[in-house]
Design a protein around this ligand. Structure first.
Ligand SMILES: NC(=O)C1=CN([C@@H]2O[C@H](COP(=O)(O)OP(=O)(O)OC[C@H]3O[C@@H](n4cnc5c(N)ncnc54)[C@H](O)[C@@H]3O)[C@@H](O)[C@H]2O)[C@@H](O)CC1
Ligand SMILES: Nc1ncnc2c1ncn2[C@@H]1O[C@H](COP(=O)(O)OP(=O)(O)O)[C@@H](O)[C@H]1O
Ligand SMILES: [K+]
Length: 496
């Protein structure tokens, strides 16, 4: 599991060490210089003679960068520090000067523009403008330098120091131009922005430098690895029977979208549910594709409600509404998707998991008085998923290139397992089915532990994303292909 801590937690953990005189900046700079040296060996074959440009901001982030630059200069690199602020870290600057680094001021826009060529000609650029003390996007001459990097057709390798400058460290937003990093060398602990969209897209590969911080408190954002998914997956014991493994009620599809019923049922079956009971008008299509499905109502442990339920299909909407009422009355977990998102009561427990994409989340929030559109959600996925959790009480899985899950008691996950090929019609229906299988298989646990539904939702997204890759590595997939690959992915995880 990859865990991240927000800026306040990192600062709190640094405090006692700094008070005890532990040289944290030295450790950070040493780790940074070591990673940059690796990068230089990759791009130039060696450190000696390589040209390194430091973009230096006003705070300790600039200080780390200057100290790392001094270490690289002592190893023979040609280091140029571009000072984007009249006030920079004094010790760092002295160290760089002592190591014979070159220092050039860029205290106004014109000076910054004149230095763009120098920046773009470097082998490696260290982005040390802002770290965890940044507020909003990079301003001033630093913004011109970041803009030049963003606009360049061919740019040097960029190493972000701690975080790409200008991202929202805790919420994963990005304001204004952000330098796209190839590597982010982060200090003490991973930060939320390095996992959350859209900021994480600018981070490249993330390397954590251990500073010896004691981060005992709850992490801000987590990302499940394969072993975590395996630990969450309901694996049958030798004496399990189909009812013990979980029966899932699926209220999906409509005359207009019968395929969603097939895909959601298929996702659940492939994820290893004990039985699917299908409720709705697409029974013949579901049976044709999956003869193992039982059509009609009956006892279930959990539900998938909503994929492909058309807004004008009154009969299917009535069944979806009934299923939700039943699920809530009997403490049965439910994945609520697409056409059922507007059927929710005001408040639901966290074992109700909503699975909107950005557009659907915007509609849901707007219906509850927060006027937002799809672009707002995409610009701040965590904040909007959190808002939906607060307004409804549900666990919220917000789909996207990186899927963000917000559950009870501050549980937050960001899963980035999927290739972009997964953005294909019907993929969301398969995900709802996979999640339904997990909720059915662990129904009692999901009701007892309010944070578990979020972990199960993240696990479903992880398997769904991996299945998209496994179905056809590097190439296009259909939603049916993704479902077909789920059993292999699950087998690979639970037997690893
Ligand atoms: N406390 C320590 O000794 C350690 C700090 N570390 C480094 O210190 C960094 C945090 O340092 P700071 O707290 O000094 O903060 P930063 O270096 O992130 O920058 C804060 C400064 O930037 C200015 N600023 C904020 N937002 C701005 C914007 N949008 N545009 C332009 N200027 C802006 C502020 O006025 C302030 O002067 C970490 O990210 C990490 O790199 C590491 O060296 C580990 C140890
Ligand atoms: N750029 C992307 N990269 C990877 N996965 C993506 C990307 N865009 C969307 N996805 C995933 O594809 C699926 C699409 O689901 P959804 O939008 O509900 O489509 P549908 O309603 O057609 O099933 C979701 O699981 C989502 O997380
Ligand atoms: K930075």
């Amino acid at each position: 599991m990859l865990l991240s801590w927000d800026a306040a937690a990192v600062r709190a953990a640094e405090e006692p060490l700094l008070a005890a005189g532990v040289p944290l900046m030295d450790r950070a700079a040493f780790g940074l210089a070591t990673h940059v040296a690796h990068v230089l060996r990759d791009v130039r074959g060696r450190v000696g003679g390589a040209h390194v440009v430091l973009l230096v901001g006003p705070g300790n982030n600039g200080g780390d960068t200057l100290h790392a630059g001094a270490r690289l200069a002592r190893r023979g690199a040609r280091v140029t520090a571009v000072l984007a602020s009249p006030r920079v870290h004094g010790d760092g600057l002295a160290a760089l000067r002592a190591a014979h680094g070159r220092v050039v001021p860029a205290h106004d826009d014109a000076a910054a523009d004149a230095l763009a060529g120098t920046v773009l000609a470097a082998d490696v650029v260290l982005d040390g403008l802002l770290g965890i003390g940044g507020r909003g996007g990079v301003r001033g001459p630093g913004a011109r330098l970041v803009g030049a990097l963003a606009a360049a057709a061919a740019r040097p390798v960029v190493v972000a120091v701690d975080v790409p400058s200008g991202v929202g460290v805790d919420d994963g937003t990005r304001t204004g131009a952000v330098a796209q990093a190839d590597v982010t060398v982060t200090f003490g602990a991973c930060k939320p922005a390095l996992l959350l969209p859209p900021a994480a897209d600018a981070a490249g590969r993330v390397e954590v430098v251990d500073l010896g911080l004691d981060l005992a408190g709850a992490p801000a954002v987590a990302r499940l690895a394969g072993a975590d998914v395996a630990a969450l997956w309901p694996v049958p014991g030798r004496t399990s029977h189909k009812y013990a493994r979980g029966v899932l009620g699926v209220v999906a599809g409509s005359d207009r979208y019968p395929g969603a019923a097939v895909l959601a049922s298929g996702g659940a079956l492939r994820a290893g549910v004990g039985m699917v009971r299908y409720v709705g008008s697409a029974g013949s299509q579901v049976l044709a594709a999956h003869p193992e499905v039982v059509v009609g109502e009956g006892r279930v442990q959990a539900w998938v409600v909503g994929p492909g339920v058309a807004p004008d299909d009154d009969a299917q909407r009535a069944r979806a509404r009934d299923a939700l009422v039943h699920a809530l009355a009997h403490d049965e977990p439910a994945a609520v998707d697409a056409g059922a998102l507007d059927l929710l009561p005001d408040r639901v427990p966290p074992h109700v998991v909503l699975t909107p994409h950005a557009g659907e989340l915007a509609t849901l929030l707007s219906a509850r008085g927060a006027a937002v559109d799809r672009a707002d959600v995409e610009a701040a996925p965590l904040a909007h998923a959190r808002r939906a959790h607060e307004l409804t009480g549900a666990t919220v899985l917000l789909k996207g290139a990186t899927t963000v899950v917000v559950g009870a008691h501050g549980a937050v996950y960001a899963q980035a397992d999927a290739p972009a090929w997964l953005a294909t019609a019907g993929a969301g229906d398969v995900l709802a089915g996979v999640l339904g299988a997990l909720l059915a298989g662990r129904a009692a646990d999901a009701v007892d532990d309010p944070t578990l539904p979020a972990a199960l939702a993240a696990a479903a997204a992880a398997v769904h994303g991996r299945a998209a890759h496994a179905a056809n590595p590097g190439g296009p997939v259909t939603a049916s292909d993704v479902a077909a690959a789920v059993p292999r992915v699950v087998a690979g995880l639970v037997t690893a």
